[in-house]
Design a binder for this molecule. Structure first.
Ligand code: AMP
Ligand code: ZN
Length: 477
């Protein structure tokens, strides 16, 4: 029996915890999406691919997942207090919404090219102004936010009397007092570390909405509180984002949500680590970045050759999502070799000779290997360990002296398809499996119908036969 006991590193407790969804069989997951004012770079892509694997694994385990990933099109300010999208709109002589649309399209196309699944809901910050205004009003009523010159700020000192501020990043109030440095205009705040919930817009500001306090726009942190609450409720399973969002963004989100609903917004917080270039964080603002298209087409001054998007995805997944990963020509070339080697293993098994005699020893070895592969995924989605296990299969599968029958061959190829294609999201040319997928869907439907008609003999038979060829159905609900 394969263990599906998953352990996840929770940034809230700074430890690995056994995963248990709040509601049996279903998961609500919120991941902070991009700020759509320029093309996404490879660092952004790494984070979203990390969460794509997490999403895919939950689906594979049989959970019904509602995956919400927002689009930030308002409120994310630069140093100096200017809205990033408004600034770009002025520069490119476009409507702010044109800027947002252009880069939202780029973001989606890029992720599709990396074979990332679409989230269930992709809400946009500017489409949720009413929800944000209503949370602000509630925080003012609770005396945890204050109005100043038409802007509204979250009162961290007041909040800290009720709940500790900074539980994710470990920055307490004293620490904030000695190190505060905020992005927006500070004159009208009680304390410089307080953050904006609503900012009054000046006359030149392009994106502004009416509110009880001024014509203005919401602060960046607030949108995620409003949209996660709207689509996943006051308390949901998973909140994720890049490591650089822990502070201040996620600590502010927790504070706002707790102040508003009295509940911790998420049970598990997952943070994906950074992609670096020349050992420095890849970043839009510093220019130390490379765009996916530049690497895929080879039109750049850094890398010696173009790389396929599958190879880039494979390269990302050869590092654990919580570790920093440096991208370089040599490491990409090494990944490309590894990726081709895996494809070669699959090809040799597919095209190799098959014997009529079943090989029970080999069959059991494959099943033991399957267990090891799941153990990697169950250990905080350990993709590099899983990939190492996939390579390990050569120890038993590619030996020409070993007799292999259709049963072992199909079982093995199906597992490769599950791990490499379905869970890691590496697209490899597999004409047989796509056909198998449709057949599998038909079988699942027949089985569901059998269960509905209480024909458990038939439904169990289908389940067991599928299990024998490596397809495990999970009746989570
Ligand atoms: P942004 O559009 O800047 O809000 O970033 C979108 C997402 O990409 C966030 O989750 C960031 O944490 C993440 N991100 C930004 N830079 C990097 C990087 N160098 N490596 C990995 N993830 C990153
Ligand atoms: Zn967010």
């Amino acid at each position: 029996m394969i263990s599906k006991d998953l352990h996840i590193y929770n940034s809230l407790s700074n430890s690995k915890e056994k995963f248990k969804s709040i509601e049996k069989g279903s998961i609500g997951m919120y991941v902070c999406g991009p700020t759509v004012y320029s093309d996404v770079h490879l660092g952004n892509c790494r984070t979203f691919i990390s969460f794509d694997v997490i999403y895919r694994y939950f689906i594979h385990l049989g959970y019904k997942v509602r995956y919400v990933r927002n689009i930030t099109d308002v409120g994310h300010l630069e140093e100096g207090g200017e809205d990033r999208i408004s600034k770009k709109a002025k520069l490119e002589k476009l409507e702010p919404m044109e800027v947002a649309q252009k880069y939202t399209n780029d973001f989606k196309n890029t992720l599709t090219n990396f074979n990332a699944l679409d989230p269930s809901i992709e809400p946009i910050a500017s489409g949720h102004i009413i929800e944000q205004i209503s949370i602000i009003q509630d925080l003012i009523d609770k005396n945890l936010a204050y109005l100043s010159n038409g802007s509204v700020y979250f009162d961290i000192e007041e909040y800290d009397k009720l709940n500790d501020y900074g539980i994710l990043s470990g920055r307490d109030l004293e620490n904030l007092k000695s190190n505060s440095r905020t992005l927006d205009n500070q004159e009208d705040k009680k304390n410089e570390f307080d953050f904006a919930l609503w900012k009054k817009a000046d006359n030149n500001h392009l994106m502004k909405w009416k509110s009880p306090w001024s014509e203005g726009f919401p602060g960046w942190h607030l949108e995620c509180t409003a949209m996660s609450k709207k689509y996943l409720g006051d308390h949901f399973d998973i909140h994720g984002g890049g490591m650089d969002l822990k502070f201040p963004h996620h600590d502010c989100e927790i504070a706002q949500s707790k102040a508003h609903t009295g509940k911790d917004p998420a049970k598990y917080w997952i943070h994906a680590n950074m992609l670096t270039l020349n050992n420095k964080k890849m970043s839009k603002s510093t220019g130390n970045n490379i765009l996916p298209v530049e690497l895929i087409t080879g039109k750049n001054n850094i890398f010696s050759k173009p790389f396929d998007s599958n190879v880039i995805r494979f390269f990302f997944l050869q590092a654990h999502y919580r570790n920093v990963l440096d991208i370089s020509d040599s490491s990409l070339i090494a990944s490309e070799k590894g990726y081709n080697r895996l494809l070669e293993i699959i090809k040799r098994v597919k095209e190799g000779e098959v014997s009529n005699e079943k090989n029970d020893i080999l069959f059991n070895t494959i099943k033991e290997w399957e267990n090891k592969c799941y153990a990697c995924l169950n250990d905080d989605f350990n993709s590099p360990m899983l990939i190492a296990e996939l390579f390990n299969s050569t120890k038993f599968i590619n030996d020409s002296d070993i007799k292999i029958s259709n049963r072992e061959r199909d079982y093995f190829l199906n597992l490769m398809n599950i791990f490499l294609n379905k869970i890691l999201g590496i697209n490899f040319d597999d004409s047989t499996t796509s056909n198998n997928d449709s057949i599998l869907e038909v079988l699942k439907e027949v089985r569901d119908e059998a269960r509905l008609n209480k024909n458990y003999d038939l439904s169990d038979k289908i389940r067991d036969k599928l299990a024998n060829i490596g397809v495990n159905l999970n009746d989570k609900d």
